[in-house]
Write a protein that binds this ligand. Structure first.
Ligand code: DBV
Length: 248
């Protein structure tokens, strides 16, 4: 089963249509990684495939696709805007585990408590949010410290049916990515006086995601701690490294 392959294929095709897309470097050894888990009799291959792109206004567009049989499928897809735009992050965390599906789709704000920012980037999404929310019941508690990073249009759900993922979740994913591309098209460079706050907000978000990455345990089990830390800081959440290299 590869539940999320259609999401990935659609996203890449759509980005290619809408943007002047080029590839983003994936460090050696991280394009594709395989481990075998389970017993000898019931061995299960777990493959993690990485995708990286960039485009004008978008510093890094990256996906991690984990395929480990019916009980383990993950697509984590994030767009990190360039530091001279006030764009939110596009984030999708689509996770299938033995207990069911965990779905998170959002445009994560740089400035959660700024009313003008909300009006610009959250309000236009609320109709779409309400539509999809009907089919994607609220997933329940999540870490309070994560709150500042979510928008009011955060789709967060726990589901049982594969069918709902392939239909309702896929529709929501498409609508959110299309809406995001609309923001990208319209956005103008931020005024110079806003740039320090943007950089600061990007770093806060990035540090939180890298530090709290809920996939850390899973990656460590499959691929070991060294590979995992390098994957997290060198690819999945790489802004600090890139700033240190002066590559941003
Ligand atoms: N999450 C990541 C990356 C992953 C990944 C890079 C490449 O940030 C997968 C893989 N997320 C992943 C896995 C789990 C979760 C859970 C494997 C399950 C962990 C487990 O149960 O063992 C949304 N994802 C979660 C949780 C939340 C999110 C709130 C539950 C965590 C918990 O209960 O502690 N991640 C969070 C979020 C976005 C996101 C809102 C962006 C929209 O990417």
């Amino acid at each position: 089963m590869t539940l999320y392959q259609p999401f990935l294929d659609w996203a890449i095709a759509t980005l290619k249509d809408a943007l002047d897309l080029s590839s983003y470097p994936i460090p050696d050894g991280f394009e594709s990684k395989v481990a075998t888990t389970g017993s000898k009799k019931k061995a299960q291959e777990v493959r993690t495939t990485s995708y990286g792109y960039q485009a004008p206004k978008l510093r890094q567009i990256r996906a991690a696709h984990v395929q480990g049989g019916d009980a383990l499928q993950v697509l984590n897809f994030v767009i990190f805007p360039s530091l001279d735009y006030d764009l939110p992050f596009f984030g999708a965390d689509l996770v299938t585990l033995p207990g069911g599906h965990l779905i998170a789709i959002d445009m994560q704000p740089l400035f959660r408590d700024d009313a003008a920012y909300q009006k610009k980037y959250a309000e236009p999404l609320l109709e779409t949010f309400k539509h999809h929310q009907q089919y994607l019941p609220w997933g329940g508690d999540f870490p309070a410290e994560a709150q500042p990073f979510f928008s009011p249009a955060f789709l967060w759900s726990r589901l049982q049916e594969n069918e709902v993922v392939s239909t309702r979740v896929f529709d929501a994913f498409k609508d959110y990515l299309q809406a995001y591309l609309g923001f990208v098209k319209d956005v103008k460079p931020a005024p110079a006086e806003e740039l320090p706050a943007i950089k600061d907000a990007q770093l806060k978000y990035l540090r939180y995601r890298a530090e709290k990455d809920p996939a850390r345990g899973m990656f460590q089990r499959f691929y070991g701690p060294e590979w995992t830390e390098e994957y997290i800081h060198g690819f999945l959440f790489d802004l600090e490294r890139k700033l240190a290299e002066d590559a941003v």
